[in-house]
Design a protein around this ligand. Sequence first.
Ligand code: ZN
Length: 179
Amino acid sequence: MNEPVIDLHSDDYFMREALRQAARAYEAGEVPVGAVIAREGRIIARAFNQVERLKDATAHAEMLALTQAEETIGDWRLTGCTLYVTKEPCPMCAGAMVHTRLARVVFGASDPKGGAAGGAMNLLQFPTLNHHCQITGGVREKECCALLKNFFAEQRATENQEKKIRNSSENTENVSEKS
Ligand code: ZN
């Protein structure tokens, strides 16, 4: 019997937890990004993107998770912590990760246009900054990408449908004006 051993400390395991958070964002109509922060193999913070709900452009999953972890530890220094996030962090979040002295950042989907962990730029390892974070990318990448792709495809479909309804109601208005 060679049962696969579940390694509770593996990147794969923690990314699955981050994906669970991302799914919660999806259900809430938010861009599906989720994050967890682990220290010594334990999750000390979990969060998902809440920009729409909080009407706050800084309410990215990573920012919320960082604040939560700081509260848990009782310090702004998150030394020895690893943050797992389903999408490569943006410049704002990467900046916050450097400020909190995170040891490591692990992400799923890379973002070549806006990512600040090596995608578009690398703020996590910027030469002149006083702290550098280790980076691991591409963990459970397919699932992380699929979630984002599905979300945006669904959003486009809804938008198109709304447009159609708007157009058809405009047409009927025109008809009734003529008659
Ligand atoms: Zn961000």
